[in-house]
Design a protein around this ligand. Structure first.
Ligand SMILES: [Zn+2]
Length: 172
């Protein structure tokens, strides 16, 4: 089963180059999530923080099986959503201003800072950032402080994996 990553809404994207860049990033994301390299990395990763919940009123549980983590990612079963396991990620992206961090998410919306989005030739970094934020939409969690276990939490590890897969491929 292939996972489809589609753009639904782009807020504050006013220029053609911005929309074109968002489409290039989503094309990269589709190639990554359906690649064997990505699947192998997720299956073999030593995650240090496996917290997950499907809705915001549940307690977090630890997902000890990497197969299950991969399955949640591929199925695209978003938190607080009734769209179910449709093998689709639906991206809602907004360009933001005034924050120093590259972005964050609010509900099912990913906010990417304009200073980061407009950097030249950083499609890979944006793809990594959107994977990170979308894993929050799916229900994965990490520490807010920069703890020892944070780099290998599911969201942060995904960012690392996406960069690794794309930098080692001839997709670009
Ligand atoms: Zn995060």
């Amino acid at each position: 089963m292939r996972t489809k990553i589609v753009i639904k809404n782009l807020y504050k994207f006013k220029k053609a180059w911005q929309i074109g860049k968002a489409r290039r990033v989503s094309a990269l994301m589709n190639q990554v999530i359906n690649s064997n390299e990505f699947k192998n990395e997720v299956l073999e990763w030593k995650f240090s923080d496996r917290r997950y919940r499907h809705s915001s009123n549940e307690d977090y549980q630890e997902i000890s099986d990497n197969n299950k983590i991969l399955e949640i990612l591929m199925k695209g079963y978003e938190q607080n959503s009734n769209e179910g396991e449709d093998y689709t990620w639906v991206l809602n992206i907004k360009l933001g201003r005034l924050l120093r961090q590259v972005g964050r998410r609010e509900g099912d919306l990913i906010i990417t800072q304009n200073w980061f989005f407009k950097k030249p030739d950083n499609e890979i970094e944006i793809a990594a950032h959107w994977f990170h934020e979308y894993s929050h939409i799916l229900g994965f969690h990490h520490d807010y402080d920069s703890t020892e276990r944070r780099p290998d939490s599911v969201p942060y590890a995904l960012g690392t994996i996406v960069k690794k897969v794309l930098e080692n491929s001839n997709i670009m």
